[in-house]
Design a protein around this ligand. Structure first.
Ligand SMILES: [Zn+2]
Ligand SMILES: [Zn+2]
Length: 110
């Protein structure tokens, strides 16, 4: 077989995986408020379960959008990975918690 010369595309793949975070997550963080809160929300649901912390109502996975993440200290940028600043509240209790106003931000995510 022939004298075909192979051209090697040799690229040094310097793609080191970032510790912990994906690029998307970092970009989202840099964008700040414009990013969707979906990430910590899923995490919070995973940690605390699909139960409203206030009324104790349980939700099926398909109804998970009715559960929102409330920040105990009121700071939406404070999102410790252990979930210590999160509370899962159903939309009704969450509205109650904030007595309207801020909740618009949570519901606009999709
Ligand atoms: Zn509730
Ligand atoms: Zn809240």
């Amino acid at each position: 077989m022939g004298s075909k010369q192979r051209i090697k595309f040799k690229r040094t793949q310097a793609k080191k995986p970032l510790p912990g975070k994906s690029v998307e997550e970092i970009v989202r963080e840099l964008k700040g408020e414009t990013g969707t809160p979906t990430d910590y929300r899923e995490l919070s649901l995973k940690i605390h379960g699909l139960i409203c912390a206030k009324c104790g109502r349980e939700f099926a996975p398909k109804d998970r959008r009715l559960l929102t993440v409330h920040h105990k200290d009121g700071n939406r940028l404070n999102n410790p990975a252990d979930g210590s600043n999160w509370e899962n509240l159903c939309v009704y209790c969450h509205e109650d918690e904030h007595s309207r106003g801020l909740l618009g931000d949570y519901l606009r995510e999709r």
